[in-house]
Design a protein around this ligand. Sequence first.
Ligand SMILES: NC(=O)C1=CN([C@@H]2O[C@H](COP(=O)(O)OP(=O)(O)OC[C@H]3O[C@@H](n4cnc5c(N)ncnc54)[C@H](O)[C@@H]3O)[C@@H](O)[C@H]2O)[C@@H](O)CC1
Ligand SMILES: Nc1ncnc2c1ncn2[C@@H]1O[C@H](COP(=O)(O)OP(=O)(O)O)[C@@H](O)[C@H]1O
Ligand SMILES: [K+]
Length: 483
Amino acid sequence: MASLPEGALMQRAAAGLAYAVIDHLGGAYGKRVVLLVGSGDNGGDALYAGALLARRGAWVEAWLLSDRAHAGGVAALRAAGGHCVGLDTGSFVPHETGSTDGGAARRADATLVEPGERQRARVETNTVDVVIDGIVGIGGKPGLRPEAEAALEGLAGVPVVAVDTPSGVCVDTGEIDGAHVSADLTVSFGTYKPCHLLDPAASACGTVRLVDIGLELPAPIIESLEAVDVAALMPRPAPDVHKYSRGVVGLRVGSATYPGAALLAVSGANTGLAGMVRYVGTASEWVKRLHPEVVGDGQAQAWVVGSGSADGANSALAFARASGVPLVIDADSLRPLTGPLGVPAILTPHAGELAALIREDRGDIEARPLHYARLAAKRFDAVVLLKGRRTTIASPDPDTPVRVNTTGTSWLATAGSGDVLGGLIGSLLAAGLAPIDAASAGAWLHGAAATLASAGGPVTASGVAAAIPAVIRSLPAVSPPSR
Ligand SMILES: NC(=O)C1=CN([C@@H]2O[C@H](COP(=O)(O)OP(=O)(O)OC[C@H]3O[C@@H](n4cnc5c(N)ncnc54)[C@H](O)[C@@H]3O)[C@@H](O)[C@H]2O)[C@@H](O)CC1
Ligand SMILES: Nc1ncnc2c1ncn2[C@@H]1O[C@H](COP(=O)(O)OP(=O)(O)O)[C@@H](O)[C@H]1O
Ligand SMILES: [K+]
């Protein structure tokens, strides 16, 4: 801000916001737009964007929710033909009125007071095409004030575009503490913020669009891999490799009760990313029949343990740990853990498993995935991959950014898909990726494979595993670092 003319960043943000709204609405001319405007620069962005929309022929009305509003923004909106009204919060009580024509039209009667003029205005909220949420952005405290809540209630059902962040969410943690806006589209400026990536706040963002306003950014505390990052991490065999130098992954998973977990974990590991796959356990006959490439016990560069292991979980963990190589510890083998393992490890709990492991409430973990993934990573001195809609991957090194996975589909919430993930991550670990990279690239591929296999419809864990090679083939071409 110091190096630019005053207001330059806000003008860039507002222009990006206005064009995102135009895209979202399919045009500006004739559209009816309500701006919810708080006292800070977030409201300023909304007002300048409103001015641009008004110049393009939209009918724009700004509801000033506070005694203060960005003066330049108010002037710009008025100059462009938009309206600004201050809400007399004492009498602003949106309520439904019966429709005289027998229809079910929803309308809020709002007493609106022009600051200084105390002029009454009335809006028919059922004619509004979009609400632009400029209540608060990165300067806001979590929760909404009563006047903002009342305004939103009066506009219920109207699509919402959030300016920078959905107002009311905790921007820096992705947590939710009180009322907040639920947006259809969030237009973020400069960079993604934690609330755009981490659940539960990410679920309140709708689609997130990033507008580059030319900021120079410090190193992130949260990051999210994109296809090009995953491509750069993929093991690609050099001309002179052999199967052992590509890495051998071993699995001690499944049991007589859950033989399917073994087959699914092996199918996740056996996609060709590692040079060889070993399986040790009660499902050997089935594994051999379905995956003839897979061999038995021996040395490996990484072991996967615990998926469907039932009573064998402790001994699987003990054997694998004794090998001294990096481990993926899933499901039943998480239970015996009490502290650091002394070998590099990736723990892959879902919220229920992490709750049992650290004796916390599952709901608390779902409400604060960033906090609990970090806490567990520190406690067990391991990478912790906390599964969910937005799988969150924390390193025991507090300076390594937490990674949040954004690929996938809710169809992936299907039995056995976690077993496939464990095997896949094991193969990347065996191929030489660092634990944080193996876990996050594995989660990315797994989610992308689910989306590919699902194609908008249902998917099974086997279908996810089968789609992994096609996802790897579709990654962009990059020159990988030589391994
Ligand atoms: N910092 C930057 O480089 C840029 C910031 N921009 C915009 O500026 C925003 C940040 O602006 P500000 O720092 O002025 O802060 P905000 O506009 O996010 O909010 C702070 C104001 O809201 C009030 N407030 C706090 N919590 C509230 C709550 N829960 N309910 C109602 N009111 C509440 C505070 O009294 C304060 O006046 C960004 O989110 C973005 O939209 C953009 O214009 C682009 C450049
Ligand atoms: N709502 C959701 N949206 C997207 N992915 C999800 C959702 N719920 C779960 N998943 C993913 O589905 C997989 C389920 O794994 P897990 O719970 O271990 O299942 P299982 O134990 O049956 O194998 C994880 O990769 C998780 O991230
Ligand atoms: K906002």
